[in-house]
Design a binder for this molecule. Structure first.
Ligand SMILES: NC(=O)c1ccc[n+]([C@@H]2O[C@H](COP(=O)([O-])OP(=O)(O)OC[C@H]3O[C@@H](n4cnc5c(N)ncnc54)[C@H](O)[C@@H]3O)[C@@H](O)[C@H]2O)c1
Length: 373
């Protein structure tokens, strides 16, 4: 069972509890500028640091980390960073513990939930973006031979998610917007996912309510209290998708990211309102086994959390947030060609979690609205 702890000052205590002597730290290039760095550095254990990777990490990056970990025989892992750092740490942990070593991260083994004893290497994650929720999921994303690879293993869920919202003070404004919108979309998608449970829906509700209440003060006013609420929201959204997984907005976003170089959260956020709009007008294509009325009620509950009279008003509010944050849709240069590529790219696994069936023709129409011109 993961422990969620608030406050960077608890780090020393956690390390003592797990009996750590040599800590393997995974952090990205923002680490030297983080305002929590001094408090991390003063902890009294030996540290081996790994930061030789970039955002959207590659398999080759992870391999360098695996070699370093093994060379130093560390006994615990600490990831400090956004989703990329936490995911690199997860991949290292899996490869170090799996009998199959680094092959555990690549096809065909990556699609099997290999058994590892996650308890052998305690793992602490300190998120420095409020978005991916990776600190509370059992997934990791990395790129193998140019393709996005999702590694899923229960053994890589961090044992401790240590939340310290002060760290968001240095996150660049656009990055804040993108990661927050990723969390909001995760909260919404998880809520309507066909895999949702009572527990995941409770996390979704908390995530959506916190973000719709505090986004303005977080993004526009830079308010520290609001930052704390958004960090919490992102963690709730992570816990929600850890149970239910994401749906069509994520499935449709990946190619938008690579084609138009739009960061992940921005790409998901341009997809979600168009999908939502389609779903409220076509409930007859519901594929959630709980039925159409169940799904329509979920849409109403989401809109209640948005503080709006109904789903249509929530979609308008979502779009207004995007306008207020100056987050625009991509514009295709060659629309027909782009549409064909986009439709053929949609991640089928995520798409299956969507409560309304989206055929190729529907996907085409939705993308047509997203990419403008
Ligand atoms: N594992 C999961 O469950 C999960 C879920 C969603 C997304 N992801 C993955 O997470 C990655 C994206 O993560 P992300 O959006 O958190 O960004 P990131 O980790 O890629 O970081 C983006 C940039 O922000 C900088 N940065 C991070 N925190 C900072 C801070 N506090 N101050 C200043 N700069 C800071 C980093 O140095 C980096 O340059 C993608 O690879 C995505 O696929 C994983």
């Amino acid at each position: 069972m993961q422990k969620i702890i608030e406050g960077i000052d608890k780090l020393q205590n956690i390390l003592e509890t797990i009996g750590c002597h040599k800590l393997f730290m995974v952090m990205d290039s923002s680490y030297p500028f983080l305002n929590i760095r001094d408090r991390i550095e003063k902890i009294t254990v030996d540290k081996v640091c790994f930061s030789d990777f970039s955002p959207n990490p590659l398999f080759e990056d992870v391999c360098k980390g695996i070699d370093l970990f093994k060379a130093h025989q560390c006994d615990a892992i600490l990831a400090v960073g956004g989703g990329s750092s936490i995911d690199v740490a997860k991949c290292i942990k899996l490869a170090v513990l799996a009998q199959e070593e680094r092959n555990a991260l690549i096809p065909p083994l990556v699609s099997k939930q290999l058994t590892i004893d996650g308890n052998r290497i305690p793992f602490i994650a300190i998120p420095t973006t409020a978005g991916t929720g990776s600190e509370s999921t059992h997934n990791a994303v990395m790129y193998f031979e140019g393709a996005k690879q999702t590694v899923t293993n229960d053994g890589v869920l961090p044992d401790y998610a240590l939340l310290e919202p002060q760290v968001l003070a240095t996150l660049p404004l656009y990055q804040k917007k993108c990661t927050m919108m990723d969390a909001l979309c995760q909260g919404i998608e998880s809520w309507w996912s066909v895999n949702s449970t009572d527990e995941s829906k409770e996390y979704s509700k908390l995530a959506v309510e916190l973000i719709t209440n505090y986004w303005n003060s977080y993004i526009i006013d830079n308010d520290p209290y609001a930052a704390a609420q958004i960090m919490l929201a992102a963690n709730y959204a992570g816990r929600a998708i850890n149970i239910s997984a994401t749906t069509a907005a994520h499935a449709m976003s990946y190619k938008i990211t690579s084609m138009y170089k739009l960061p992940h959260g921005h790409a998901v956020a341009v997809c979600l309102p168009e999908i939502w709009e389609y779903m409220i007008s076509h409930p007859e294509h519901c594929i959630d086994p709980r039925g159409k009325d169940y799904m329509l009620n979920i849409f109403c509950l989401i809109s209640k959390s948005f503080g709006t009279a109904g789903p249509q008003e929530s979609i308008s509010l979502f779009r207004k947030m995007m306008v207020d944050m100056n987050m625009q849709n991509p514009v295709a240069v060659n629309k027909e060609q782009d549409l064909a590529l986009l439709v053929s790219s949609v991640n089928p696994v995520r798409l299956k979690n969507n409560p309304v069936e989206l055929t190729q023709e529907v996907l085409n129409n939705i993308y047509d609205k997203i990419i403008g011109s």
